[in-house]
Write a protein that binds this ligand. Sequence first.
Ligand SMILES: *Cc1c(COP(=O)(O)O)cnc(C)c1O
Length: 431
Amino acid sequence: MVTRLASKSHQLYRSARELIPGGVNSPVRTYPPYPLFVASAKGSRFRTADGEEYLDFCMAYGALLEGHALQEVVEAVKAAAEKGTIYGQPTEMEVELASLIKSIVPSMEMVRLVNSGTEATMHSLRLARGFTEKEKILKFEGGFHGSHDAVLVKAGSGASILGAPNSEGIPKSTAKNTLVARFNDEKLVTKIIRDHADELAAVIVEPVMGNMGPIPPRPGFLETLRKVTEEKRVVLIFDEIITGFRMALGGAQQYYKIRPDITVLGKILGGGLPIAAFGGRREIMEKLAPIGGVYQAGTYSGNPISVAASLASLNSLKKKAGQLYPRLEKIGDRMRRGIADHIESTKLKAQVNGVGSMFQVFFTDHPVTNYDSAKISDTGRFQRYFQSLLASRVFIPPSQFESCFLATTHSDDEVQVTLEAFGNALKNLAG
Ligand SMILES: *Cc1c(COP(=O)(O)O)cnc(C)c1O
């Protein structure tokens, strides 16, 4: 291993910090003493600026279900670039992609393409407000829906359900329009929706929480959300930016058999290129400009390179779905079971959570079912665990409150090697 202080990554980090706040273009990417800088990636692995190879279980925070540099995507991007990178006019490929998305996620009767998940949730919330002519929205504590004002909101003090800003720079008046409920607490959310039905435009939820580590819904929780929102004419938005094309080809809504009013897709949708989408019931989507009164626009929306990558990525998943999802489920189970065995033998106070191709270790002795139970985890321990994995050339997201992601390129041997690295990391913590 290159001595860390003489490494190219360290030099790059020092330069980056002078030019880019914190040296990174998205805050989660940094960790002590400095982040690895990546030079290239293929399949399950990336190579750093120092030429060292790591097994990747971050997979760009879940954007890559078939690993890095999938051949079909690379070829589609090259071919599209030759024909021009942006036109500012509609293309045949956009129609093809909308139709493909609808065939995979039937609740998305109409689709609008945008460039990032943040944009997609922001616009679907505006759309829900325009459609219902109501102003408040409801999210769940610990749920992440991108980095715009309406959703960077946490629970207010005490028993208040009125949101408070989760960042400087967000007006309190904006945050107050976002109500905050507890994930997996059916009773509480039902009461909030019923009490505020006259002013509540939308409930936005990650059907499997992915941004405080993976937390699956309790049986009946999503069903209750569907029932109560329908009864009170509140738009139910599934933020499937992580779960879409991951839990099943048709996402969490296929897996749990729930039909939301609006679905938001991103991450895997682009196969590694920036694109996101929101879509849903026709009568709601037809409220969007230019046919409806809810404004939404974007210069790069539906750009041919991202659309080509998305088509290549979705067609590949569709073709392989029959084997691909069962195998992901199988290696996911193997990973979770293997880690649980290590936890048991080290007697550490830790939990392994996850479903399908998502998993995470929480350093706490209580089951993790919502934000309150996730946030009491020992993050110092997690940092040591992360560093120990890094030393074994296994890369996971550097935060307790993210999920680790499996990709189809992770071979059985790589899973085995990784389980041994997890075992050693846990042993180091216990010892
Ligand atoms: C990543 C993510 C977003 C934000 O998407 P960006 O493309 O990073 O803006 C929103 N919601 C969920 C559930 C996510 O995981």
